[in-house]
Design a protein around this ligand. Structure first.
Ligand SMILES: *Cc1c(COP(=O)(O)O)cnc(C)c1O
Length: 432
């Protein structure tokens, strides 16, 4: 190595140390753009796409290491990757950003349900207390319980039924309604019995909710939704409190387990995710604010009043809203959202998320409204830049047939509201 190279290495080393030191005090939006800079081993400003399934070992004999000498998981150093079922450079970069913005070590999976499965496999709870929530998680738990004999209890079971090592799994805000639950309350319940609390925080990604601040031991996200944000790949995330886990460290265990579960995130998808996460904060805040604007207008219409935050409704608009909409569900409409100092305000200080739901007066309204809209795709999923609406009974057997789930994208809220109103007029005209 010549003198010049040595100096460059020193400068790189100094940069790494300085950045790692600065990161924790930087804002989420800055972390989302820079937390993986320390893992950048090329000159490219944009991260390269790694699609390799396997990685070359060092040529130099003195750098080859036997299995037991290899670094423990997670592999974060470039040059230490071995086989992509274990880790890839792109995935390590994504996990570095996720760990930074979620505030605890993270591991990513091939889907949200793969992450939930990995969580169950790691904790091996004898009992799982779980409430309303995404139907897919209930499916995964049923599968796990079939193999393990784990007992499934309701969220508000008698607390004495829980014991050490059991799991309380809380989803908040909950899919599909968007209603929120008090994380600290369920954390205290779980911890009073020596059980753990995991929180599915998919509906409230950073910067909306940090479940760790309210007692969660593990936070799960379907990264498919807001983290991805462009409806183009699947991803699951577990963030774990690093000091938990008794004898072994949870993160190490999860990395070892993922190698054998085979549910690693694909190379190209982890590149897409890293690209997407750069804009997470601005997308999520805008989507959440837009949703609130739309919800306030619809709610005002339902009450026969005028919204304070957007353009006035016409008499006709109010009449149509009242004719079509029976109920609006969203955390922003819960009493606690409008009470200063409430748990909900503390839990979601920056907004209540961009997913809400509507119960309509007629099943036909719910079935037909999605097809009348210009700016909403009639599709499942949520959290993307495109607004979506779903007649929820098409994928979820647990909801009523008069029920629609709405996910607000990054379009203008005024355009979206106008589209919803014209759609409502059209379904009323058609069915009367
Ligand atoms: C979509 C979703 C999941 C499942 O995630 P996938 O990435 O589709 O596997 C889990 N929980 C919630 C709340 C979801 O919305």
């Amino acid at each position: 190595m010549n003198k010049q190279n040595e100096t460059m290495d020193d400068a790189d080393q100094l940069f790494r140390i300085s950045l790692e030191k600065a990161l924790p005090s930087l804002s989420i939006s800055t972390q989302a753009v820079h937390a993986d800079d320390v893992l950048n081993n090329v000159d490219d400003v944009a991260p390269p796409i790694h699609v390799a399934a396997t990685f070359r070992y060092p040529r130099a004999a003195d750098r080859m290491r036997e299995h037991h000498e290899r670094p423990s998981y997670p592999v974060l150093c470039v040059g230490e990757h071995c086989y992509s079922r274990q880790s890839t450079p792109g995935l390590s970069r994504l996990e570095a950003v996720l760990s930074s913005i979620l505030g605890q070590p993270c591991i990513a999976y091939s889907s949200g349900l793969a992450a939930f499965h990995a969580l169950l496999i790691m904790l091996k709870p004898k009992k799982v207390s779980i409430g309303a929530g995404y139907h897919g998680c209930h499916g995964t738990l049923e599968l796990y319980a079939r193999a393990s004999g784990t007992e499934v209890l309701p969220l508000d079971c008698v607390v004495d039924q829980l014991g050490p090592g059991d799991l309380v799994h809380l989803e908040t805000p909950v899919n599909p309604t968007g209603r929120a639950f008090n994380i600290q309350y369920y954390a205290d319940r779980a911890h009073s019995r020596g059980a753990y609390l995991s929180v599915d925080s998919t509906f409230a990604p950073p910067p909306l909710q940090d479940a760790f601040l309210h007692g969660a031991d593990i936070v799960m996200h379907s990264g498919t939704k807001y983290i991805g944000g462009h409806s183009d790949f699947l991803c699951g995330i577990l963030a774990v409190k690093s000091r938990r886990g008794g004898g072994g460290d949870w993160l190490q265990q999860l990395h070892r387990d993922r190698l054998y579960l085979g549910s690693v995130m694909a190379g190209f998808d982890s590149w897409l995710a890293t690209r997407s996460i750069r804009t997470l904060e601005m997308r999520v805040l805008k989507q959440s604010q837009s949703a609130e604007t739309i919800i306030r207008a619809l709610h005002a219409g339902l009450m026969g009043t005028q919204p304070s935050s957007s353009k006035n409704l016409t008499e006709k608009d109010i009449h149509i809203i009242q004719k079509v909409v029976k109920e609006i569900h969203h955390a922003s409409l819960q009493d606690e959202a409008n009470t200063g100092g409430s748990w909900l305000r503390k839990q979601m200080p920056r907004g209540y998320g961009s997913v809400f739901s509507l119960t309509l007066h007629k099943v036909d309204f719910a079935r037909n409204l999605p097809s009348k809209l210009l700016l909403f795709h009639h599709a499942t999923s949520l959290g993307g830049v495109e607004s979506l609406i779903e007649w929820r009974t098409m994928t979820d057997s647990t909801v009523a047939k008069d029920f629609l789930r709405v996910s607000i994208g990054v379009e203008s809220p005024e355009d979206l509201l106008a589209d919803l109103l014209q759609g409502m007029k059209a379904v009323v005209a058609e069915t009367s």
